[in-house]
Write a new protein. Structure first.
Length: 166
């Protein structure tokens, strides 16, 4: 049988984007660092994110029915550390990063180099995480030349097998 250490190393080799996911239900908003994102359909255009079942973001996506995916420049990975815990909303920003409201009401990060706003299409329970399939209802690129942040641009490790603090 493969050791957990080997399995972690192999799974960490899968290239993952690093982004911020915006969520909202009622007056509660959150931003969360996210690395499990992929497109899953062309018609309709669907993207998938996998969110820990116990996370605030999971609860807000389920209740609010939408989420945003905010891609960041790989030269600026500082925001990701600030969004590893629930975010503070002050009316104009989450954890000091300016946001605006998308058509579904979810927060979208003004500093993102590109973003997608998604309406929840389907939720699939997958063990420790839930897979949220979202139909893209709006998208924008602010910097077409920017290289998008990836997990390997940081010292962060997420994925593999469950371990302490994970």
């Amino acid at each position: 049988m493969t050791s957990n250490e080997t399995l972690n190393k192999v799974l960490w080799k899968i290239p993952n984007v690093l982004c911020l996911v915006g969520s909202r239900a009622g007056d509660e908003r959150n931003g969360m660092t996210q690395s499990w994102v992929t497109q899953v359909s062309m018609e309709p255009v669907l993207v998938a994110i996998s969110v820990d079942a116990s996370a605030v973001t999971n609860r807000l996506i389920r209740a609010g029915g939408s989420f945003s995916i905010n891609l960041w420049d790989r030269d600026d990975t500082r925001p990701f550390v600030k969004f590893s815990k629930p975010a503070a909303f002050d009316g104009e920003s989450l954890n000091g990063r300016p946001v605006f409201e998308g058509s579904t009401g979810v927060p979208i990060f003004a500093e993102a180099v590109a973003w997608m706003e998604c309406r929840l299409h389907q939720t699939i329970e997958c063990g420790t995480h839930d897979l949220f399939l979202g139909e893209v209802v709006a998208a924008e690129i602010r910097d077409d030349e920017a290289l998008i942040a990836r997990m390997e641009d940081t010292r962060m490790k997420y994925g593999g097998v469950k371990r302490g603090g994970h």
